[in-house]
Design a protein around this ligand. Structure first.
Ligand code: MTE
Ligand code: MO
Length: 237
């Protein structure tokens, strides 16, 4: 994948900040060392996937990352398993989703959640990633496992995955994460500037852009506090 040319309305940043909705800045996962991923919803047999993940075919992918608030980061090297591989090798044979269970909710340890149609998750560039730039995924960027969907805005790239829910009926689903419904586009395709629903993408650029700096500062300070508090609990010397 090339990173030539930014998608519409995006600006390049040099680093890769920890980021999200501000109410999640101070929430952290409790289980970061081992993968424990539940498959739930309209499935015949709900399961928890842990060590089996290590037996799936692994891939590396270099891709850009595009936050809906207009910052983009190029050339991140992710390591993990294609979502389609995970779906075919584990979800179908072991959890046995109901026919038509094609609406998927990704649930996270910090209470965050994101949804996408199954078809979109089966695209070849969508990964369940446990590595970034040659290292285990950090606390900042989604340990122990996150979704990477580079063609979708950042808010679909759920971190600290806890459960994947397959549903037959999307009509009653209402995100509990976004304060306003317009903020959650069902597909969030970056090239089409699907930043939100009902509101034009170009308009949201101007609404969201002023949030970038204060949000990065808040997320960085919250992570520093969290790491320092843990050091006090478990002194190293
Ligand atoms: N669990 C969880 N996943 C999340 C978020 C979050 O707050 N919690 N924020 C989303 C948003 S809005 C963005 S832009 C990306 C940021 O990913 P990063 O922190 O690795 O840069 O994570 C997405 N996934
Ligand atoms: Mo974002």
């Amino acid at each position: 994948m090339t990173d030539v040319g930014l998608p519409p309305g995006q600006c390049e940043v040099d680093d890769f900040p920890r980021f999200g909705l501000r109410q999640f800045a101070n929430r952290f996962p409790t289980q970061i060392d081992e993968i424990s991923l539940k498959i739930i919803g309209d499935v015949e047999a709900p399961i928890t996937v842990s060590t089996e993940f290590g037996r799936l075919a692994r891939v590396e992918q270099v891709s850009g990352f595009h936050c809906v608030t207009t910052w983009s980061r190029h050339s991140l090297r992710w390591g993990g398993v294609q979502f389609s591989e995970f779906y075919r090798r584990i979800v179908i044979p072991e959890a046995r989703p109901a026919p038509g269970a094609t609406f998927v909710v990704l649930r996270c340890q910090d209470g965050y959640a994101a949804s996408l149609p199954l078809e979109d998750l089966l695209a070849s560039d969508v990964l369940l990633a446990d590595r970034l730039n040659g290292e285990a995924l950090s606390l900042a960027h989604g340990a122990p496992l996150r979704l990477v969907a580079p063609a979708r805005y950042g808010y679909k790239n759920a971190k600290h995955l806890r459960a994947i829910e397959f549903r037959r009926d999307a009509s009653h689903y209402r995100s509990s994460v976004f304060p306003f419904r317009f903020m959650d586009h069902p597909r969030a395709r970056v090239v089409l500037e699907e930043r939100g629903r009902a509101v034009p993408g170009w308009l949201l650029r101007y609404l969201y852009r002023p949030l970038v700096r204060p949000t990065i500062r808040q997320f960085r300070a919250a992570l520093d506090r969290h790491v320092n508090a843990k050091r006090r609990d478990f002194p190293v010397d």
